[in-house]
Design a protein around this ligand. Structure first.
Ligand code: GDP
Ligand code: MG
Length: 440
């Protein structure tokens, strides 16, 4: 599925310290595929792609962030930017008018939103003003009953504006008054006029535009008509329990410069959720645990920031580089990523110099690292401080003590020597470089 190919593209970044244009493009391509499939407007997808590419290539990842995590974070932030935050709906008395085409789910949403507010301890009422659709009154009344909320309607009256006015008076005791309106197939002028009149009578705190999740490219035009008529400050996306992902509605959000308030996820009054960016994004991309992934990134970054006081690259340049330093560095590497990446973060030392080193100079694989830890546990303090004194007989002793082959111990000593040599190169740096580094 789509989520897994995006995950695949992100996994392609695993273990990489530098992000190439091709890497970013592979990720962006998968995101584009997912979003277009979810009916997101092409222009929005292109804008998002540009932002992700620019940021991933131009911005410096914070210390301790791997390429994969960094790109994932940018992708997530830009997607949140695209879908927006949830419409603010304070839990206080207010009036809401629902607008939208026939069949979009207004009447169902009116009852759902009323039910939602009632669960928050407020007293809601639904006012039904649809005089066009046969059975609209009965449908709304029945749903309000299921939601156990106040209801007003008048099946014998055909003046929708009058019903609205009387309904608002009749339900004045309610905290939240939700006015359901009529909607016909096309955006006829008569309908828009009626909506405008109801809106001026109700003087609502929120005009919510109700959109079917299956809405495609026509969302933009619809939204601009309703925006022009009454001003839209929130969107309700219905029928998300179906196959449609609701991406089309984002064009409406963008067009009206509004946000998403609620999601409808079924036919009963309880099938309603407050919009929440991460869940919606996961649904859009078909990636179930995006939030979890990004939380992991956040956590890793926080941890790194906390631990930076304990160990920083500057410590390696501070006097003799011992096995104890190497061990600390290996521990830090677990959190901060590969050493070459850590060194890249130091201004003045970055890319060029590290690229000239032999590939394996800084390469300590997880498995070797674990062996090295065990080996160092079998060394004396003196040996850890002065590894150069470790000859053949000490190596044999350490091998017996650690249960690791002598070969591994020689590897460890070789690795230490290589790192020591590398660090000596850096020690020739001027004071200005050092100062900059300390500030990192
Ligand atoms: P209105 O014409 O805008 O008032 O739309 P309605 O509220 O009458 O809904 C039209 C149809 O869509 C009805 O059959 C509803 O049961 C159905 N519907 C509305 N919201 C949802 C939803 O979130 N999920 C599903 N599956 N059906 C919905
Ligand atoms: Mg209706």
């Amino acid at each position: 599925d789509l989520g897994s190919s995006l995950r695949g593209a992100l996994d392609g970044l695993r273990g990489k310290s530098r992000i190439s244009e091709e890497d970013v493009q592979a990720v962006v391509k998968e995101i584009q595929r997912s979003l277009l499939q979810a009916d997101v407007d092409v222009d929005l997808v292109m804008d998002l792609s540009d932002s992700i590419e620019t940021r991933a290539l131009e911005e410096e990842p914070p210390a301790g962030t791997s390429a994969r995590d960094w790109v994932l974070r940018i992708v997530y932030e830009e997607l949140v930017e695209l879908v927006g935050e949830s419409t603010e709906l304070p839990l206080e008395p207010q009036t809401i008018v629902l607008a939208g085409l026939q069949g979009s789910g207004k009447t169902t949403s009116a009852a759902k939103i009323a039910w939602w507010f009632s669960k928050k301890g407020l007293r809601p009422a639904v006012i039904q003003t649809d005089t066009w659709r046969p059975g609209a009154y009965e449908q709304a009344e029945e749903m309000a009953e299921r939601a156990e909320v106040d209801f007003y309607g008048d099946p014998d009256e055909d003046d929708a504006v009058k019903i609205a006015r009387e309904g608002l008076e009749a339900t004045a005791d309610a905290d939240v008054q939700i006015v359901d309106t009529a909607g016909r197939h096309a955006l006829e002028d008569g309908l828009i006029d009626e909506l405008e009149d109801i809106e001026s009578v109700a003087d609502p705190d929120h005009n919510l535009l109700v959109l079917d999740a299956a809405i495609g490219q026509e969302a933009k035009e619809q939204a601009s008509r309703f925006e022009g008529a009454v001003g839209i400050d929130g969107v309700v996306i219905t029928k998300l329990d179906g196959t449609a992902k609701g991406g089309g509605a984002l064009a409406a959000v963008n067009e009206t410069d509004s946000t998403i308030a609620f999601l409808g996820t079924g036919e009963t009054v309880k099938d309603v959720e407050r919009f929440e960016p991460s869940g919606f994004i996961s649904r859009l991309l078909g990636m179930g645990d995006l939030k979890q992934l990004t939380e992991r990134v956040e956590r890793a970054m926080e941890e790194t920031q906390e631990e930076e006081g304990d160990w920083g690259p500057e410590d390696m340049l501070d006097g003799e580089f011992t096995l104890k330093d190497m061990r600390k560095q290996m521990e830090a590497m677990n959190k901060m990523g590969p050493l070459d990446q850590v060194m890249d973060m130091i201004p003045g030392l970055g890319g060029g110099m590290m690229d000239q080193l032999p590939d394996d100079a800084m390469d300590v694989t997880q498995e070797r690292m674990r062996d090295f830890e065990v080996i160092m546990d079998s060394m004396t303090d003196d040996e850890l401080e002065n590894p150069r004194q470790i000859g053949r007989s000490r190596t044999e002793r350490i091998a017996r003590g650690s249960g690791k082959p002598e070969e591994r111990i020689r590897e460890l000593l070789e690795q230490h020597k290589m790192m020591d040599r590398t660090l000596n190169q850096f020690q020739g740096m001027g004071d200005a470089d050092m100062e900059r580094m300390m500030k990192q």
